[in-house]
Every structure is written in C-alpha cells, then in structure tokens.
Write a protein that binds this ligand. Structure first.
Ligand code: TNX
Length: 577
C-alpha cells in the first residue's frame, strides 16, 4: 500500500443527480417485515435506482488519511450477515453498538458472535489487533494505527475493521456507517440494497483533542438533548464534549457540600425561564453515555467571573457579601467570587473535588474568561491558586486563554478563542509549556450566525458560513504557536439565543463536520470544493434520522429526501441500550 495520501477523484455530479431523481423505494409488506422479506425486497430493489444511492469510499467525513477504492467490488449486507468480534469486552461493546446502528433500518438480525469462526464470509468483523493475524498484506498499514486509528477493508465477501484499541474500532464503525446508503439512518426498516463500496481505508487523527462545547448555563438543556449532541460528536469522530456548567445565569451541577448552588443558583436562565440542573446521577448518565461513544466529558466551572448564580446562592462568596439579584440577561464581566477571601478557595476546592470525582476524563476546565473586575496580579494570583486546586484533584487544568499570564502549571492547556491570530501573551505561555486547544471566535464559534438573516446566534466575531468554518488550519493559526503545541480544536456553542435541541442542531450542522475534519484529517486532504461535495451527502442522512440542520446555500445538497415522509420527527438514537 502506498505511503502517500491517495488522491480523491473528482465527484461525478451527473451520475449522482441521476440516482437522486430515480423512483420511489420499494414498498414494504403490511406485516412487520422479517429478514427474509427484506432480503427479497432488497434484491428486487437492487435493479431500481433508489432514492438512497450507494455511498462512495471517497465520501467519508472527516476525510480519512488514506483511501484506496476497489471500484469493481461491493459488499452487500443481507439477512444472513453476522457481526463477528474478538473477545475483549470493549471490542464487543463496539460490535453491539454497530448492531444497534444497523438493525432499525435494515431489519436484519445481525447477530453478534465471537470471531475466529473458520469462514468469515458474509460477516462484518471487528478485530482488536494482536488477537488474530491481520488480513494478508496489512501488517505494514496496521503497525502504527495508534490510539484512535483503524483499518477498514471492504471485499465482496467481508467487511473487516482492524484497530489497536476499541476506540479505533469505534471510529472504523462510524466510517462503515457512512459507507452504507443514507437510508441506514432510518429508524424503521427500509428495503434498499445495503451495499458498501469495495476498497481499503487507513485512518487515524491529526490531533488528539477534537471537541465541541455546549453552554448549558445560559439555557439549560435536558440530559436527552446532551446525549443527542454526543451522538453528533461521535458520528464525526470528535472525542471531547466540553460542558460549560456554570455562568451568571445558572449553576447546572449538583454539589453536595454547597447544595444551594444547584437548587438556588440553577433556578434561572436567560430570558427568565425555569433553568434546571443536573443531579449527580444525571451527570453520570451523560458521562457514561459519552464514554460508551469514546467521548471524554470536560466539565467547566467558570471562575472567578461568570459567577452571579453562585453568588445568589451563597452571598458570602461575593466581594461585598451582599446577594445580587438573579441574572437573566446576556451581559458579561460584572460578577466575581472574592479573590481576597479564603472561603473562596475552600469553595473552589470542594466544587472541583466533587466534579473531579464524577468525571473519568483527565481534564477540569476552570474558565477564567471575562473576569473584567479581577485585574493584574490579583487575577494571576487567583488563577495560580485555582490551578493548584485542580492539580490537587489529580486532573489537568484547562482554561480560556485569559489564563496565559499566570505561571505555568504541569500540563496546562489553554483554550484560545481570539479573533486576531497575533497573541504574544498566549504564544509566551506556550513557550513556558502550555498546550493549546484552538477555538477561534471568528472560525469555530458555533453561536455565530451563518449569514445576516440567520434567525438565532451572535455576530460579534463576524458571520461564519461553512466555508469560513472550514478554511483555516488549527495547526498554524496562532502566530508563534507551533503545531506540536496544538492539542486540537474545539467548536464552542454558547446558548444565549439557543433554547431547544432543534436550535442546537441548526447551529451545529453543517459546521460541526467542518471542525471535525480540521481536527481529524491530514492537512494534505484539505480541500473546500471536495469537502462541500462530500458534506452534501450528509443532508439526506440527517433528514432520514430526523436531525435538524441548516441548509447552507454553499452546499450542493441533493434535491430530494432519501426516504419520503421522514423529515422533521425526532428519533431516538437507535444505539441507546
Ligand atoms: C464570549 S468565549 C464568552 C461567553 C459568551 C460568548 C458569546 C468566552 C470564553 N466567553 O461568555 O457566551 O462570548 O459568543
């Protein structure tokens, strides 16, 4: 296999258009179809040009490191297909996830069994490397898949994913999903020919940190909404969900040692709605759902500013010890916990300790942004103490790049949200050892409007259409910060104007896949025209799954829905156990 990135052939728009305007899907029988019915229908349908055309190996988002199509070959999933997996529990979990992804739309039983049966034909096989001999000729390619990479082979008789970790298998499965027709997103059985294009994909990420942030403080969102966001992350191989849990308008996580934070501080939100908070059980449910999808939750407790809700609950934390009024507006920078009072540091230690105990991931985010009233040495002194309190919990500190002037602490990570790529203070912190998560306000902020007439969102960092979200390089964006200091990229979604899951999805899609590609794909694959065309095929997937998205005019979306009558309705994620 070549060691160079393989060229992506130009798409053939005419061929795709022909397929899209073809006839209706074959009707299903009146009774609940069994696997046999579906296989028969699929066979009949195979000759028709369905509204769910076959996917192409080159159409995966984010673009894989290497793609080698085998144009003559397809694997067709049918009622006899089985999933085979090596014996490790984490690999079997990925196999179960795959089965739950594929069963609703195909209606096939897709039994999950151990590998190593003599005849692998007719199977989807997930192999953790080291447990079986690799497929012939694959050794070289498999040697350095790393912690998240995978190899996917589609032959006429077998689909095989090989990885060194369950995470790699999981990402192979996300790719496999995209290689099936868009109808695979249907929550109910459809008869299409479940063909996967033949060839080999060898893939691993450019950056280890690929994330999105959800602000659950300005508006509160139910656990189910957060789980749905995690699904969107996992689909595009994003591996971190940063939860902005506290702000002036609401405190969203239960803390046993300071109970009024959640019960009093959580009872408000922007616009005066009831707000809410996550119990510890709620938070653990989010964390465990994320873990199952290889997503690490990064909890943020924003300090010392953005703390009005905490001060409403505990006025003794305020500099004047007077309870402020609950805040439901959208200004920033007016509140802060008292940096001169020792009680403040007890409070921080308690809160961070409890949040750390609930959080399996290595990170604790302490905010640090827009604390306009805590200046100079008072601010840096506060941050240095807060960084030490994070270290005491055993976690690694993350903070907005305003932390930069404070002393370095082991492993610390700054999240850069600037709009001017010259930032000598941040570059200096990097020289002193900090690593960077890059979230440029004018590129990666999902709360910025797409265009003037976008009904929700901000524009303080400009308008961000899909092209603008895509056409930059996190590895070289901040002057004086070398690519080696860039941990990755994150797309924050602030929710001052976002009040529902549909709003979240509208701002996330289609920009989230653009950010995902910047985080995952080798720079050599970067190509707006190619990305735009690959992304277009995801519109029918989202429609079929009942996911809201913005029909950006820059993207050549297919003209017709994949499966008539399936837009709009929100569907449960079929992989939910
Ligand atoms: C700036 S970005 C903020 C947030 C706002 C956001 C709105 C950052 C670290 N702070 O408090 O919600 O702008 O876009």
């Amino acid at each position: 296999m070549s060691t160079l990135p393989l060229p992506t052939p130009a798409p053939d728009p005419d061929a795709a258009a022909d397929l899209r305007t073809a006839g209706d899907p074959v009707a299903l029988p009146a009774h609940q179809p069994d696997a046999g019915d579906l296989a028969a229908l699929a066979a009949r349908a195979a000759g028709d040009d369905l509204l769910s055309p076959p996917a192409r190996l080159d159409d995966v988002v984010p673009a894989p490191e290497r793609v080698e199509a085998d144009p003559g070959v397809t694997f067709v999933l049918d009622g006899d297909t089985a999933i085979r997996v090596t014996a490790q529990a984490d690999a079997q979990q990925v196999a179960d996830h795959l089965a739950r992804l594929l069963r609703p739309a195909t209606g096939f039983p897709l039994p999950v069994a151990d590998t190593l049966a003599a005849d692998p034909s007719g199977t989807l096989t997930l192999t953790l490397a080291g447990t079986t001999p690799p497929p012939s000729g694959t050794d070289a390619g498999r040697a350095d898949l790393g912690a998240e990479g995978y190899r996917l082979d589609v032959t006429a008789t077998e689909v095989r994913v090989v990885a060194d970790t369950a995470t790699g298998l999981f990402y192979g499965v996300q790719t496999l999903r995209q290689l099936l027709p868009a109808a695979v997103e249907s929550p109910t059985p459809v008869a299409v020919r479940w063909a996967l294009p033949g060839g080999t994909i060898l893939d691993r990420p450019r950056f280890p940190y690929r994330g999105a942030m959800l602000d659950v403080a300005r508006h509160f969102f139910a656990v189910e909404d957060v789980l749905r966001v995690i699904d969107h992350l996992a689909r595009y191989k994003l591996n971190h969900l940063h939860l902005h849990l506290t702000d002036d308008q609401g405190w969203r996580i239960a803390v046993d040692s300071w109970p009024k934070l959640a019960t009093v501080g959580g009872a408000t939100e922007v616009g005066g709605g009831p707000g809410g908070h996550y119990t510890k059980a709620d938070y653990l449910r989010i964390v465990s759902y994320a873990t199952d999808r290889h997503v690490t939750v990064v909890p943020e407790i924003d300090l010392p500013g953005h703390t009005n809700a905490a001060l409403v609950a505990y006025p003794s934390l305020a500099p004047d010890k007077i309870a402020p009024a609950p805040y439901t507006g959208t200004e920033v920078g007016f509140s802060y916990v008292d940096p001169a009072d020792e009680q403040t540091y007890d409070f921080i230690a308690d809160v961070l300790g409890e949040v750390a105990a609930l959080t399996p991931g290595p990170w604790l985010h302490i905010g640090g942004d827009e604390a306009f009233k805590v200046k100079g040495e008072v601010y840096t002194g506060f941050v240095e103490r807060a960084q030490r309190l994070v270290a005491d919990t055993g976690k690694t500190v993350v903070g907005w790049h305003q932390l930069a002037p404070a002393a370095h602490s082991d492993g610390r990570v700054l999240q850069w949200w600037g709009t001017d790529t010259d930032d000598p203070t941040t570059a200096d912190a990097v020289r002193r050892g900090a690593r960077l998560i890059v979230s440029p306000g004018n590129r990666a902020y999902l709360d910025m409007k797409y265009a003037e007439d976008t009904p929700i969102g901000h524009d303080w960092a400009g308008l961000i259409d899909v092209h603008r979200a895509y056409d930059w390089d996190p590895g070289t964006h901040v002057t004086g910060v070398p690519t080696t200091a860039v941990l990755g990229v994150e797309a924050p979604l602030w929710t001052e104007s976002v009040t529902s899951l549909a709003d979240i999805e509208f701002l996330l899609l289609p920009r989230l896949p653009a950010i995902a590609e910047l985080g995952w794909s080798p720079r050599a694959t970067h190509d707006w025209a190619g990305f735009r065309d690959r992304l277009a095929g995801h519109g029918p997937r989202w429609s079929t799954a009942g996911i809201t998205f913005h029909r950006s005019p820059e993207i050549p979306w297919p003209a017709t829905p994949t499966i008539p009558g399936q837009h709009g309705a929100l569907q449960a994620d079929p992989t939910t156990p």
